[in-house]
Write a protein that binds this ligand. Structure first.
Ligand code: ZN
Length: 182
């Protein structure tokens, strides 16, 4: 296992459309290693999702999930989200309702901004065993799934913001924005 270098905004790999992984390659040593390393990297940096292009691999794969004791609040108060490995995702909104909430990104360190997204999505993808699965997600997990799938299409959360007025550095975010909704 290894902690991988995370590409930051401005690196062209973040703006490229990533290639699908042929299902018969999912079990390969290389892809399995990449998945393990991506989980390790995500946890090391306190992320709740990490897409392969963020570690300089332009393939359609992301990992996501919360673990206990993670320091990601106030984005995530008490939301359950198991660890998932998602390969070649297809994501379809299943709610017309959108919700605006804070997002951050390991490729855009130390910045938060409010992003509107559909509240619920259906995800179809392959898991790390190469098996197809389908799930419906709402709230934070739906948001994470959309954020990470965007990375596979060269989209970052700035592109989804309606205005940049809420963009904030982490210190200012904590100071001015986290107490509002109590
Ligand atoms: Zn991101």
């Amino acid at each position: 296992m290894a902690i991988l270098k995370v590409a930051r905004l401005g690196h062209p790999v973040l703006r490229r459309k990533a290639a699908p992984i042929p299902p018969d390659r999912i079990g390969s040593r290389e892809i399995q290693q990449l998945i393990d390393d991506m989980f390790e990297t995500m946890l090391e940096y306190g992320g709740i999702g990490l897409a392969a292009p963020q570690v300089h691999e332009s393939v359609r794969l992301f990992v996501a999930g919360l673990h206990e004791g993670d320091v990601v609040s106030p984005m995530t108060d008490e939301v359950e989200m198991p660890f998932i490995t998602v390969i070649n995702p297809e994501v379809v909104p299943i709610s017309r309702e959108t919700e605006t909430d804070w997002e951050g990104c390991l490729s855009i360190p130390d910045i938060r901004g409010q992003v509107p997204r559909p509240v619920a999505v259906r995800l179809r993808a392959f898991d790390r065993r190469g098996e197809k699965f389908e799930l419906v997600a709402r709230g934070l997990p739906a948001r994470v799934i959309q954020h990470e799938t965007d990375h596979l299409d060269g989209i970052v959360f700035f592109d989804r913001m309606k205005s940049f007025e809420t963009l904030a550095f982490m210190d200012e975010f904590r100071r001015y924005w986290t107490k509002d909704d109590e």
